[in-house]
Design a protein around this ligand. Sequence first.
Ligand code: NAP
Ligand code: ZN
Ligand code: ZN
Length: 348
Amino acid sequence: MHTIKAWAAPATSKPLAPMTIERREPRPNDVVIDIQFCGVCHSDIHQARDEWSGAIFPMVPGHEIVGRVTRVGVEVTKFKVGDRAGVGCMVDSCRVCPPCVDGLEQFCEKGNAPTYNGTEMDRKTLTYGGYSTEVVVDERFVLRIPNGLDLAGAAPLLCAGITTYSPLRQWGCKAGDRVGVVGLGGLGHMAVKLAASMGAKVTVLSTSESKEADAHRLGATDFALTKGGSAFQRLAGKLDLIIDSVSAPHDYNAYLGLLRPRGAMVLVGAPPGAASLRPFSLIMGGRRLAGSLIGGIGETQEMLDHCAKHGVVSDVEVIPIQKINEAYERVLKSDVRYRFVIDIASLK
Ligand code: NAP
Ligand code: ZN
Ligand code: ZN
């Protein structure tokens, strides 16, 4: 074991502060990554505030990790020292259950090992995330970051990117489809860029008037302000697919009305608590409501390669770790354009 620097939430809703953590010495299949950038996902905030319950403190958040390989175990074949590497929301899974075998490690029947706020598969060793200088992960859960991608801009692809790419693929997004993206934050802006890169016509549905110009710059062809309600009449029955990335409770029924018959709305935003659903919101038009959780490791690599091919990265505001508590407050006010990314050099 060796000691490294990190920032952690010491207890529920307490400001993040410096601490040290232990990382293991590399096992034969491990890759040691010197972390250069780590994205700030709204899930970091939900968990640091224990909004989904079951949080483990002290918590080192961060699951949008990119950096350089500094050491590899003797059996590692995919990576060598100096390579660019990334880690997303999982660091291990059972590897043998049907979902794992199918490349759906996020649905591992034993429960995967989350990058933080959980344990390794031994169910004892706590995991700590990317608000830290180094991470040690089995190569099966390490992603290759294609050389063409800006490293800071690539960090959010490890969660925001795959979380929006996966439902677009699952629901067969193709050229000419009309895709609605609800909420233009970290996930939402990646949904816009990725749907546009697949040839879809994207409508952004937002509560923030100030984001209209950005929505067009990011690749949307249409912007609808959801405050006031007229957007719901104008777009009724028009959309093939909706990706809902909103982090706070809101009325799903209103958005379901925007789908064409048999269209689908996929929830990726995870506000705490229960939502109310009118059965007729689904029955009329045979509409479908679904959810999606990040993506498997193979699909995450496919997404990174797709992004390299289409020149897609996240729009980032790079911050030193010392600004993390302020950044959380700004995310909560929807005041981020469009992802904070921590420059881990500020921690070293
Ligand atoms: P974010 O950057 O804060 O974006 C959320 C956006 O939702 C905001 O920018 C805002 O967009 C909109 N919004 C916020 N409060 C709202 C309200 N009260 N009513 C309507 N719209 C509101 O967050 P993020 O990092 O993209 O994450 C979004 C959600 O996805 C979080 O709940 C997160 O935990 C979840 N998540 C899920 C997965 C998964 O695998 N399913 C993975 C990662 C994250 P406008 O200003 O445009 O309205
Ligand atoms: Zn995330
Ligand atoms: Zn499994």
